[in-house]
Write a protein that binds this ligand. Sequence first.
Ligand SMILES: *Cc1c(COP(=O)(O)O)cnc(C)c1O
Length: 426
Amino acid sequence: MRHEASARLFEAAKTVIPGGVNSPVRAFSSVGIEPVFYDRAKGSRVWDVDGNEYIDFVASWGPMILGHAPDAVLDAVREQLERGTSFGAPTEIEVRMAEAVARTVPSIEEVRMVSSGTEATMSAIRLARGYTGRDAFIKFEGNYHGHSDALLVAAGSGLATLGIPSTPGVTEGAARDTIVLPYNDLDAVADVLEQRGEEVAAIIVEPVAGNMGVVLPRDGFLQGLRALCDTYGVVLIFDEVITGFRVALGGAQERFGVTPDLTTLGKIIGGGFPVGAFGGKREIMERLAPVGPVYQAGTLSGNPIAMVAGLALIEELSKPGVYDELERKGARLEAGLRSAVETAGIEAHLTRVGAMACMFFTAETVVDWTTAATADTGRYASYFRAMFDRGIMLAPSQFEATFVGMAHTDEDIDAMTSAAAEALSA
Ligand SMILES: *Cc1c(COP(=O)(O)O)cnc(C)c1O
């Protein structure tokens, strides 16, 4: 494959965009090659500016669960374009969107739209603090909740990929009330709450971790968090920016049967446009301005183009059989990868929930950041490059998920796993 056009664009980009990219992991630096610049995408495929075709398992980091440029979304967007692209005033489509979210996500009675996952989690933390009158909150090591200051501590993939433990620019003050604990460690949470329960406003957690690779919650972990939050009057926030509409229509809370107080959404909910959302119990949500005193706002929040796209996507996902099909595709991918690993005789730990999966290059069972970090990132980099050369696009980081979507055919999945068998055996 030739990558001259991408290389030229990257050179130009680096002179006017820091590192040539608008989000760090896109730079491909941890896999030892330069990024390719995309030209277009459709279904399960993406094409770069040199005309190379790839079967895509990144899915824009999650949103493209129906595949790229699905007709239902394109039609909805085309129609809305003619009516106007932003009003800064309420529209019917926002009501329909909120109703769809409240209908599908168990914890959500009321929801507020924002423009990114980062805004959703930042706002949910502020709301939990305003609601409880407490300052501190608990997050888990290796969980990523966007890049707002208080949440950017021990924050998984982007930082981990670049080997950055924490970041300059976040003051001690901003991070002081952030308590970081190991994922899946309920005893650690119980200890902190026993000592400081009165100070803790919220626990925020990825119910399936997707930013340190894919790490499943241990049996009882989410239920245990729920019980502890009830005991200490702490707001339980599920950050379902990845898992929402992915591991089930109603997200991980539906799949695992644990209902948080607040939920944050992003990625899929925007249908490929910039959208985030946070919602939950009416009693908490009604602390938000203009009904309550906790301020939160956005010029483009509930943007009509993004809303029609997201709503069209949710309607497609609500059709019968979609999640069974995603499960089947995910299982096919997992089985293929397991057999590739076996054939190659290498040590790897595979994880999967529905249509999100990860292969850690480690002999350890991955349950938290400490075990995830044992993965051999150099080995991942050579695996990534071998797959890339075979026209398979994976996330350029060990600590990201592989996403399967409705547009992947069995042939696409088999092409991926046979490429993996070659790549791993090489
Ligand atoms: C991607 C992500 C975010 C941040 O969303 P952005 O839209 O990138 O700001 C927050 N939480 C989780 C779990 C995510 O995966």
